[in-house]
Design a protein around this ligand. Structure first.
Ligand code: FES
Length: 73
């Protein structure tokens, strides 16, 4: 059975979350996500001025991370 949510790890960039999700902060408050968008991008570099969302700052800070799932997964 296919998952309803897919998280794609972009090389040197954010996590792209595709599918119906709630994004909730540590106090239980929801972030507003545009339901018309096919995905949301979550910052992975720690430099976004619009955290937890990616604002493209990973390019300016030359963030590097290329992770791969183990083969056979
Ligand atoms: S991953 Fe894009 S701003 Fe951090």
């Amino acid at each position: 059975m296919a998952a309803d949510v897919t998280i794609r790890i972009r090389d040197n960039g954010p996590l792209l979350i595709e599918g119906p999700v709630r994004l909730v902060d540590a106090e239980g408050h929801d972030f507003v996500c545009d339901p018309a968008k096919p995905s949301i991008a979550i910052c992975r570099c720690g430099q976004s001025q619009n955290a937890p969302f990616c604002d493209g700052s990973h390019k300016a800070c030359s963030f590097q991370s290329c992770v791969r799932a183990p083969s056979g997964g």
